[in-house]
Design a protein around this ligand. Structure first.
Ligand code: GLC
Length: 749
């Protein structure tokens, strides 16, 4: 044997011995070497668990309790004692004693419920978003939960789609900022702290672009729109270290996302280097059959797994078919090992091999749920999420010394709806209703009369006589109108977006009394607000605000807090305009142009009723013209934009200053403006503050024909103001073109 071959064999022997040495100290590699193929594939399965008084029910009773012993994770179990029992069963009764991961949809709170994500996005406050996610993680992990299927980061520009409530609205820049804050909040100090929770960005991707706004319907859009609008929040979540990605139910241009290799592997794994868990959405792998792309049952497992889906939730095609597919070399064992390795590493990161019961701690659970601090945070978040849309003649704030106030609308006492869709384990009994909030806020001798009048899912108005009579003697009427929580969220698409039921008719009756009517909207999407609504002098958008709804609404109604929220999504005038969003294209016949032959309608104004970024205050603010650090810059330079903002009113207030950018001339058409910065400033009456933004090439970039972020030389306009319609602007020029490395438009990181 020649010397070279001897040296090669020696090197090989050395590397194997070092390799074995390293893996023996690594329980993950050690386990992988011991696991059978079936045990590996069990780790790629997630079963539903319902905790009942007679014991756990698995996958709606389709499987025996023992079936959780060897799976990788379960969805739906919570409770320190309950998770300890299930963990004990799995760890002691399985051959390799691998601990379970406990997953739960902790979307906007666990026991303390915070405003729904669309509401919280109206606060434009990433610090707040971090803090509520942190509080939710503290509560959920104290109850044994390791893994949340949140944040939902789908961009949504169609309010017919019920799940618009779960995301941060229509804009990729705001959406990316919220996604990053949420992931950091769920993580906290990281796995060394057992209040750190695995986070999952969902639903990857274009779920919010469902045609017709009909849930689960297909989306069909350009690669440019995909990459510049729908991907950026996911990119931000991955850059923030999100642990999981959940594909969406829909297809995109003929390919269901659960079998979309170009996106799940091509973009997530290869382009973004995402090495976390890709977990299917409920039954979605089996549903590939419904999409009509499965010839034989095993194809569902094969297509999903080879596309990149690591874990199958609920449906059982992986456990049924992957072993035979691997043995028939139709699925690679190495790929199975990679997926299992990711699952085991997640468990290792959470310290579950060292202590499987680390998150199941009764004492911690007792000490951390629904604490006064979390309630106070819920109230703060709710206050900051409320958007004042109208306040004619400064009707609001109301005096607490009112002699009599009439509260009408069943939503005023609907505690269940205050929690919104995906209420975690929040209890209606824990929630403060609008009526309770009003009663506790007014002076002791103020009379508060409540009459339900009607409900969102009713076509009747009850007791109109009493309502008219009560209104006659009241000084003001507060009408709590909108959607009940079960008219919003998953599988709750609507074709009519007005106030459901007889609420509009009830409002007409209230307005006919001649008394001032304040409308408090409770809803999970932009509603189409009728001409009747337009007659009311005051209009508050309060969404679904969570456990402290009533107190927060009263804080704003009676002026203890000055509203500061701004819309994260456009309110159209009617359904016919949808999709309608602020970052529209100018077209060759701009809608803002003159004359008939422009991109407008003959039966309605083309503009929004309330635009993205809009929200009023009990004070007023003025903006000076933006001052730029230069009017010509190289693509490698940064540009500083400064604006003096003044509180021109009589009371202190918070203003969310927004910066938008327009690429005036580019090689592809660009939106008339795009959000590229926001700052919340608190100003005393008469105070002026210089608000400063620093822009760089990432902000100016578009994607070139190879989808690389690129700055093109040319003119730009920068707008700074109170909402997306501001024309408070300045211009500058970039002198050279350059391809950048990194994420690209509004993907930020
Ligand atoms: C649902 C939702 C998803 C959720 C999952 C588990 O169908 O689409 O957002 O995380 O099932 O509950």
């Amino acid at each position: 044997m020649n010397l070279y071959r001897q040296l090669a064999l020696l090197y090989l022997a050395l590397s194997i011995s070092v390799g074995v040495q390293a893996t023996e100290q690594d329980p993950v590699e050690d386990l992988l070497r011991q696991m059978t193929l079936e045990e590996k594939i069990d780790q790629l399965s997630q079963l539903g668990v319902q905790i009942t008084p007679t014991g756990p029910v698995i996958n709606n009773g389709q499987l025996p309790p023992a079936s959780i012993n060897t799976v990788g994770s379960v969805l739906g179990a919570y409770g320190a004692e309950q998770t300890r029992q299930l963990q004990e069963q799995a760890v002691t009764q399985s051959r390799l004693h691998i601990p379970l991961l406990f997953a739960y949809d902790v979307i906007h709170g666990f026991r303390t419920i915070f405003p729904v994500p669309l509401a919280e996005a109206a606060a434009w406050d990433t610090d707040l978003a971090y803090r509520t996610a942190r509080a939710a993680a503290i509560e959920a992990t104290a109850s044994g939960v390791h893994w949340t299927f949140a944040p939902m980061v789908d961009i949504a520009r169609d309010p017919r789609w019920g799940r618009v409530v779960e995301g941060a609205g229509e804009d990729p820049f705001l959406g990316a900022a919220m996604a990053e804050a949420k992931v950091r909040g769920f993580h906290g100090a990281g796995p060394s702290d057992n209040s750190s929770m695995l986070a999952t960005a969902k639903h990857f991707v274009t779920y919010g672009a469902a045609e017709g706004g009909r849930d689960y319907n297909g989306a069909d859009l350009s690669e440019r729109t995909l990459r510049e609008v729908y991907l950026p929040p996911f990119r931000a979540a991955v850059a923030a270290g999100v642990d999981g990605i959940m594909p969406s139910f829909n297809e995109l241009a003929g390919i269901p996302l659960h079998s979309h290799k170009a996106l799940l592997t091509g973009v997530l794994r290869d382009e973004w280097r995402f090495d976390g868990l890709i977990v299917s959405d409920y039954n979605a792998i089996w549903e590939l059959n419904q999409h009509g792309i499965i010839a034989v049952p095993a194809d569902a497992a094969r297509l999903a797994f080879t596309a990149g889906v690591d874990i199958e939730m609920a449906s059982q095609t992986y456990r049924q078919y992957l072993p035979s597919l691997v043995r028939a070399s139709q699925v690679s064992l190495a790929t199975v090992d990679e997926a299992v390795r990711r699952v085991l590493k997640a468990k290792q990161r959470l310290g579950l091999f060292a202590d499987p019961y680390r998150y199941s701690d009764e004492a911690r659970q007792r000490a951390n749920l629904l604490t006064p601090q979390h309630r106070a945070l819920a109230r703060e978040a709710a206050q900051k999420s409320i958007v004042l849309l109208k306040n004619t003649d400064a009707l609001l704030p109301l005096p607490k010394s009112l002699r009599k106030v009439l509260v009408v609308g069943s939503l005023a006492t609907d505690a269940e709806s205050t929690l919104g869709p995906w209420p975690g384990v929040g209890l209606a009994a824990d929630s403060i209703t609008v009526l309770q909030g009003i009663r506790s806020a007014v002076d002791p001798d103020t009379e508060v009369i409540y009459l339900p009048g009607t409900a969102p899912n009713s076509e009747q108005i009850e007791d109109l006589r009493s309502i008219r009579q009560a209104a006659r003697s009241a000084q003001v009427v507060v009408a709590v109108l909108g959607e009940s929580a079960n008219q919003s969220g998953e599988a709750r698409s609507r074709t009519h977006l007005g106030l459901p039921g007889a609420q509009d008719a009830l409002l007409r009756e209230l307005l006919a009394t001649g008394k001032p009517v304040v409308i408090v909207l409770m809803n999970g999407r932009p509603l189409v607000l009728s001409d009747t609504v337009a007659q009311a002098p005051a209009l508050l958008e309060t969404w679904f605000l969570g456990s402290e709804t009533g107190h927060a609404v009263a804080d704003i109604l009676f002026g203890d807090v000055n509203p500061s929220g701004k819309l994260p999504i456009t309110f159209a005038r009617n359904v016919g305009q949808i999709p309608l969003y602020y970052a529209y294209k100018n077209t060759g016949r701009p809608p803002s142009g003159e004359g008939l032959y422009t991109s407008t309608y003959i039966d309605s104004p083309w503009t929004a009723l309330y635009p993205f970024g809009f929200g009023l205050s009990y004070t007023t603010f003025s903006y000076a013209t933006p001052h730029l650090s230069a009017d010509r810059i190289a693509s490698t330079d940064t540009l500083t934009v400064q604006v003096n903002v003044t509180n021109t009113g009589q009371r202190a207030g918070d203003e969310i200053v927004q910066l938008y950018l327009r690429d005036d001339v580019a090689s592809v058409t660009r939106p008339v403006r795009q959000l590229r910065g926001f700052r919340k400033v608190h100003l005393a009456p008469g105070e002026t503050r210089t608000v400063s933004f620093t822009l760089d090439a990432q902000d100016f970039a578009l994607l070139d024909e190879h989808w690389r972020p690129m700055v093109e030389a040319g003119r730009f306009s920068v707008f700074v103001g109170a909402d997306s319609t501001t024309d408070n602007q300045a211009r500058f020029e970039v002198t050279d073109s350059r391809v950048l490395s990194g994420a690209g438009p509004s993907g930020r990181p």
